[in-house]
Ligand binder design. Sequence first.
Ligand code: ATP
Ligand code: MG
Length: 793
Amino acid sequence: MSSTDVSPVESTAPVSSDRDNFIYDIIDQDLADGTYGDRVVTRFPPEPNGYLHIGHAKSIVLNFGIKHDYADQADTRCHLRFDDTNPETENPEYVDSIKEAVQWLGYDWEEHEYYASDYFEQFYEYAVKLIKQGDAYVDSLDEEEIREYRGSVDQPGTPSPYRDRSVEENLELFRKMRAGEFEDGEHVLRAKIDMTSPHMIMRDPLLFRIKHAHHYRQGDDWCLYPMYDYAHPLEDAIEDVTHSLCTLEFDNNRRVYDWVLEHCLEDEEIPSRPRQYEFNRLNLDYTVMSKRRLRHLVEEEYVDGWDDPRLPTLAGLRRRGVPPSAIRSFCRRVGVTRSQSRVQMSHFEHALRDDLNEKAPRVMAVLDPLKVVATNVDEDAVDWIDASHWPRDIDKEGTRKVPFTREFYIEREDFREDPPDDFIRLAPGREVRLRHGYYFTCETVVTDDNGTVVELRGTIDPETRGGTAPDGRSPDGTLHWVSASHGVPFEARVYDRLFDVPNPRAADDDFTAHLNPNSLSVQEGVLEPAAAEHLTDARVQFVRKGYYWPDPEDSTEDHLVFNQIVSLRDTWGETDASLSREEIEERRREKERQKEQQRQRSLENKTDPVELLSDDQRDRFDYYHEELDVNRESAATIAGSDALADFFDAALQAYDAPRPVANWVVNELLGNLRDRTVDDLPFGASEFAALVRLVDSDEITNRAARTVFEEMLDKGGAPEHIVDERGLRQVDDTDALSAIIDQVLDEHPDEVARYRDGKQSLIGFFMGQVMQRTDGSANPEVARTLLQEQLEE
Ligand code: ATP
Ligand code: MG
């Protein structure tokens, strides 16, 4: 980009997590109770058996987010701990990739990098302690027998014949197990808990097994490896972790977690021992999120390595061009709860677009070129036109020069020989606007022997340079284009979902059978020259096409390769920078009006509003209803209008209180719009949000809020300002209110008499008077109480 200052897109500043979740509540309580003094220690404990995926990002953002969010009120740390207790599948390549991914996401574990395998000696010692206490024993049943003895959900287990070995015998056998005197599987160490427990997991869980295997860090030092349920709580305790956060599948394992710590730790350590809390795992549609399955895809070469841009791995997303900030904000948006759900890919894409919108300068690229000749332009003329990198609604500066020449390319799909009625782009005899360029009219269509269109010819109107006509006429369509002589050829890699079913795991057959054969499509396009100049780390928006960046592996100066990061939601109209503001608004209004009419019609027929939503709207509805907890009807109402939903989203940015904001949108705003749309309002979403905040925080009464809102609808303005100007802050000052009430009562002696005679319903009349006099700013509860007191006198 020639003259644009593209600000660095990668940021290392961690964004804090959504504080409104049950884990934060628990930490707040622990800090208040002093359970751990002022310590808050979390950890992210990946097993280095593959690359991290976006599900891990949720856990990273949660754990490291806590470290940042509590930094100013507690002594916080977040450990990066490699949970490397399985020798077979772990390796240093994975360790490195994990560290890289965490750093890329913007987090820093400082000196707290730990390896569970460094604690093998301690695990052993704790086991000896358990044996001595009579809480563990060496079992010599084989795997199969152990399973049989364990019983089933409705049948208690049977004690192993080895369960009552003496402490001495157990110690001796356990020592020999460590010394390598037995084969794999000959003996195991088990906790002695309860073979009849209703919780299968508590029926003498395994603590250690023998495995003669090479460990990538410990070499051949050990042939005794601890089980997850035994090792994990001890790892947490050894590191003084306070809050051990894991996903819901470990809910049941918490029983063993607690048992291990209560039997291994000293009494005085127990009150401040780590505790495990489970949260919902992130599941995304149309992809798989287990390292094992991802490894299968990589190893069997279904994809091109761990960083294939189609994979949900952090390495893949990074290579694709997804900014880490978008992942952080997505992970916060999906929320931390205890109810399991699947998240639609469109939520992720939504977060991505939000993030990229203000970061990615707009440039023009044609992905499927069709040649056009402007016959009234000289063959060697090059007209360098100044063009803004940003649409009007983004307050940023930066322009580049776009060369206009006699021959140029447009997108093949932007021309139709025989267009349908609603087609507003190029057709024979039609005039369109070339974005930033001229108005162009198509006069001749050149086809080859097969009838395929190979070239269009026509003329430009030289009076329309820059995209406006002196006579004010304005074509319906605006096309992006690239000069044929100055454009730079490039390869565009356009990605689609990796699988063609939402949940490929659910299928019991081979999950790779559901791979989408069209997940990658390669197109040979042309790029405007400015976009080809600075190639590293430059995320751009190809107007009307999507967000792209140069592939960090394959793009070279001689062969540019751009990855599609994400497509644009609406490829027409809304993002069209060269339309005038009025045109954009007119189109939006029209669309909204039509949709509104349709909605009204179907509402009259009592159709479920959710049924009427398009797929994209449905995604938004799900998000509002399920994630933000907005009630069903409001969520459907808002999601059913894109403009309203955009407005709602923008308002939440300013005041993150979905329910009150939604109530105001549905109950106050919609009713007042009548035949307008939100785009016609004289105020923006942030002013609207400020108003909701004022009522929601009880700074003004509902009634005062309506007064303010009326003025905003009429003249715009900032609500705080209107409130101050009109003195509408809620009055709950008893003296001031009493004075007003006295006045009201003095002026209405008849009503006072009737009230005192028993007509108590007159209280409403008096309240009305008080409210009127205070312009709605009296705190209604205080006013009512005072009124009653003064009337009872
Ligand atoms: P995978 O099956 O992908 O290997 P895992 O849970 O075995 O997942 P670990 O390396 O053990 O992977 O995970 C490290 C941490 O990341 C754990 O605390 C785990 O709970 C968390 N985690 C893994 N997958 C998800 C997910 N989809 N959503 C949220 N957290 C996750
Ligand atoms: Mg795993």
